[in-house]
Design a protein around this ligand. Structure first.
Ligand SMILES: [Zn+2]
Length: 506
């Protein structure tokens, strides 16, 4: 490409002052240049710690800047493989932003260390949501850089780069869905966005069901939430047949909470921060993003994903505290707080997906409880499961992606405290105190299909995990690949999990 704009390159530097890229006389980074880079980096008092950054300028013979090299700290070489990957993600995100701030739009990223993590860092770190602003952000072209520019595109480094790009772009798709304001992301628009984004991907089928279908399936809890809104509910189902055979049932089912705006209903929320309730479909968005990811990565697995979509609003037909509704699996629920609506829509979606597909593993993801924010802040997503095997698998995925998880407890105590005096169960704790996240998880455990739990022969034959992302779905500041706002988590951890169980089933 010609033009007067200087190009940019992002490279790493370790705490021993070794650069991440190989040095070659034939490339832009000769031995002399590399020595100059390191000397200038040191002269700025930088140590190579993660995110230490410095921009090195290269001049043409006529004295014009023709390229900018962002040199970013990769940290200590002796750290673990997972830490090293996260260091690369973080540093590359920082490096890309450094160049963007200097109006460099053509950016190359050194991929000699960890191409997948480098791509994730670059595309996550450069995320911005500008579709509603009249002035658009600088449009970036980010490509992998190898000193051996003759390498074929089939080279493993490019393949891994592309995989990282798919993962990051899937997470960015989730960020778009969750950041878009609720008037522009109704249940109907969410469903249309899913169709638009996923329908054309090979081996993917998207079904969008409407109110009639939801009524036919007797999803009484889901409908009880939707009845307070002028926006009709939708139920999105995505089926991915990565094994190429639609006759094989999906082994994994994902369920995501899809409340496109949560006012709290009659149990209305406080005004402060209520705008963020546009992101109350973060669980639904992230499971959709994960399906996008595994489908584009062509993971050899059959999986299904469902998202019950509704607003939680207040009109003349809205649920009143004390109302009782019947779930799809026949249980009756007394609604003592209309703001505990996520568990209601999830309950019917769980019953549906388990009864219909009989998956071996079920994971639901939801911005479910404020108590989770208190417990884990934005660092971890909380995971509730009785299965050590499933926990280990999700935790391994989280450590590998840097999109971290933390195990939380399930215990009958929490369920006992949800007794209703007039129905099978209440939707909130009615005795005891605290433990709101565990109580919500135990509530969901009552809706894992229509199986009669009294009959041990019919005990569910699947593993289930509930992920509460009320804290991790947001990021409070820009740092490395993290950008302030909706985080798009835990999309990459779900993708990694699905990839891992496709090769080693649980
Ligand atoms: Zn709520």
């Amino acid at each position: 490409m010609s033009g007067s704009q200087p190009s940019g390159l992002v490279i790493g530097i370790y705490t021993d002052f070794q650069l991440s890229c190989n040095i070659s006389e034939s490339s832009g980074i000769s031995v002399a240049v590399s020595i100059d880079i390191v000397n200038q980096f040191k002269a700025h008092g930088l140590k190579g710690k993660v995110n230490d950054s410095f921009v090195y300028l290269q001049f043409s013979v006529s004295g014009q800047v023709n390229s900018l090299i962002a040199v970013v700290g990769f940290g200590d070489k002796s750290c673990s493989a997972n830490e090293a990957s996260e260091n690369v993600r973080s540093a590359i995100g920082t490096g890309v932003r450094c160049l963007e701030e200097r109006k460099v739009s053509d950016i190359k990223v050194d991929v000699s260390i960890n191409p997948r993590a480098a791509a994730e860092g670059a595309f996550l770190g450069s995320y911005k949501f500008d579709s509603l602003c009249t002035e658009k952000a600088l449009s970036l072209t980010i490509t992998p850089f190898r000193l051996d520019s003759n390498a074929p595109v089939s080279h493993p480094e490019f393949k891994e780069w592309n995989e990282g790009k798919i993962c990051a772009e899937s997470q960015n798709f989730v960020r778009d869905l969750t950041t878009t304001p609720a008037n522009l992301m109704t249940p109907t628009i969410f469903a249309e966005s899913v169709v638009k984004e996923l329908e054309s991907i090979k081996n993917v089928t998207v079904n969008v069901y409407d109110q009639d279908w939801i009524e036919t399936n007797k999803m009484g809890l889901f409908l009880s939430v939707a009845q307070g809104s002028a926006q009709p509910p939708k139920f999105v189902e995505i089926i991915y047949n990565g094994l190429g055979s639609s006759s094989l049932a999906p082994s994994v089912a994902l369920v995501g909470k899809g409340i496109t705006f949560d006012s709290g209903g009659v149990s209305i929320k406080p005004s402060k921060g209520m705008d963020l309730m546009k992101g109350d479909m973060g669980g639904g968005a992230s499971v959709v993003g994960a399906m996008r990811g595994i489908a584009l990565l062509k993971a050899p697995i059959n999986a299904v994903c469902v998202v019950p979509l509704s607003e939680n609003m207040i009109n003349g037909r809205a649920t009143k505290p004390g109302d009782v509704f019947t779930a799809m699996n026949g249980k009756t629920v007394e609604i003592l707080n209309t703001d505990a609506e996520g568990r209601l829509v999830l309950a019917d979606a769980l019953t549906y997906v388990i009864d219909t597909y009989k998956p071996k593993t079920v994971i639901d993801v939801a911005t479910l409880t404020g108590a989770m924010v208190v417990s884990l802040s934005e660092v971890f997503s909380g995971v509730f499961t009785d299965s050590d095997e499933l926990w280990n698998s999700i935790n391994d995925a989280g450590n590998s992606t840097g999109d971290l998880v933390w195990r939380m407890p399930l215990h009958p105590y929490y369920l006992k405290n949800m007794e209703s005096r007039i129905a099978d169960i209440a939707n909130i704790t009615t005795s005891g105190f605290g433990g709101g996240s565990s109580a919500a998880a135990m509530f969901l455990s009552e809706f894992l299909g229509t199986t009669n739990k009294q009959d041990s022969e019919k005990e569910p034959k699947f593993k289930w995990a509930h992920m509460d992302i009320a804290g991790s779905s947001e990021t409070s500041s820009n740092s490395g690949h993290q950008v302030r706002g909706m985080s798009g988590r835990p999309t990459r951890t779900l993708i990694e999990f699905l990839e891992s169980v496709s090769s080693t089933p649980l």
